[in-house]
Design a protein around this ligand. Structure first.
Ligand code: PLP
Length: 417
């Protein structure tokens, strides 16, 4: 596979006149096309809806684009709920899939009439003291054990803090039924960033079977099954991208096989994708500001792990393009670093790239999800701007860069001795 930036050197040279690097930039055209393909893949399901995982990229302008494509929001905190409300998402366009949930968060979710997904059986009693039960509620399921696809271990749900056990699911359904709840949803998230067309279909089978059992055991009507997030993107060139049409078709087959014969053909399929919706449609653009020749060859950027944490945190690979040198051979080996006083602040280690000169602009690919949003202020580094490359080629500032005043905004210096 090849990774081409959605911006050229000429475009970036024009943009930096107004908005200096580093910044994240998003591609509206790519976002919309991808969103439409996802909806097409699940068009066979009457109630299908995607709830964009807000934590991946909490920018209201991007959420508004997704809203125009019929996509809601998946929130897990008070501020994510507020953000979704500000974007104009209403009621069941918001899914609240939280854990270790504070009381105020449940109260706001209830007030907004969001779909509330309980992460634990004790949350039912906790919630009851705060807000009325709705006609439709949801529980997050954790099957325990190991989660396998074709006998390959994908993840270990038994070690995950999320969700209710299988016996707790039955107990929760009966409990909620007794409280007057009419319809239930089932949610589960068992593996992250999967690059296989079998993740959703395998998860769907498990959840559909569980749904049939739970309906038999409790008599509760199940109105939706939420496959949550986890459909990944190929960060590396050697990874085969997911085929969303094949994924949708795999879920459809499981649906026909398991739910339809059980008389449950009315179940809506929900998804809560974050990474898949936006990661490929964002770039972090940074400039080479230093070169250093010691025991290794270093290129220092004006961006750092505070702008993109994944390489430092997980050793994640992000492909890099040196703008204007797309066709030059990768004959040099560099560590590409940021300026944090942390040796793990490296965007790439021993990366083969064309010769980089000071002033060159670098594209860090696939930063549209879990990029800006994981940013932080360590070492007093400021959060960057976010820009939108619109379909007509115009560039719009959708979040300004932080200033030192923002960094100091929570401090009151007037009481210093
Ligand atoms: C993080 C998360 C998602 C999105 O995950 P992606 O890997 O970005 O698709 C969806 N639902 C919940 C509850 C999450 O925590």
């Amino acid at each position: 596979m090849e990774k081409k930036p959605f911006v050229t050197l000429e475009k970036i040279q024009e943009i930096v006149k107004e908005f200096p690097t580093p910044f994240h930039i998003y591609d509206e055209k790519g976002i919309r096309e991808n969103a439409r393909k996802l909806k097409q893949a699940f068009a066979w399901n009457k109630g299908y809806k995607e709830f964009f995982a807000v934590k991946a990229t909490p920018n209201p302008y991007l959420m508004a684009i997704l809203k125009e494509e019929g996509i809601g929001a998946d929130c897990s905190s008070y501020t994510e709920l507020l953000l979704s409300d500000k974007v104009g998402l209403k009621g069941h366009e918001i899914m609240f899939s939280s854990n270790v949930t504070p009381a105020e968060d449940f109260q706001l979710a209830s007030k907004l009439d969001a779909l509330i997904n309980f992460d634990d059986i004790t949350h039912i009693d906790f919630y009851e003291k705060l807000a009325p039960f709705k006609e439709t509620m949801c529980c997050r399921y954790n099957p325990g054990g190991e989660f396998r696809i074709h006998n390959q271990i994908m993840d270990n749900p038994q070690d995950a803090k999320y969700g209710l056990t299988r016996p707790q699911m039955t107990e929760a359904f009966l409990k909620l039924k007794a409280k007057g709840v009419k319809h239930m949803g089932i949610h589960s998230f068992l593996a992250s960033n999967t690059v296989t067309n079998d993740y959703y279909p395998t998860l769907a089978k498990l959840l559909f079977q569980t749904a049939v059992e739970l309906t038999k055991e409790t008599g509760m009507h199940i109105s939706f099954i939420n496959l949550s997030g986890g459909v990944g993107v190929p960060y590396r060139l050697d990874q085969e991208p997911n085929d969303i049409m094949a994924i949708g078709e795999g879920v459809r087959q499981a649906f026909e096989e398991i739910l339809v014969p059980a008389g449950m053909g009315d179940v809506a399929i929900y998804t809560e994708l974050g990474r898949y919706m936006l990661a490929p449609y964002g770039h972090l653009i940074a400039q080479a500001i230093h070169e250093k020749h010691t025991y290794k060859e270093y290129i220092g950027l004006d961006a750092c792990a505070a702008n993109l944490m994944r390489p430092a945190m997980y050793g994640a690979y992000h492909h890099i393009t040196v703008l204007g040198k797309e066709d030059e051979p990768c004959e040099y080996t560099y560590d590409i670093t940021g300026g944090l006083c942390e040796n793990n602040d490296k965007f790439a280690i021993d990366r083969k790239l064309p010769r980089i000169e000071i002033g060159d602009y670098l594209v860090l690919h696939d930063t549209g999800a879990h990029g800006f949003s994981m940013g932080y202020n360590y070492n007093g580094k400021l959060r960057s701007a976010e820009l939108l490359l619109k379909e007509d080629g115009e560039v719009k500032l959708i979040r300004r860069a932080e200033t030192p005043e923002d960094y100091f905004a929570t401090l009151d210096f007037t009481h210093l001795p």
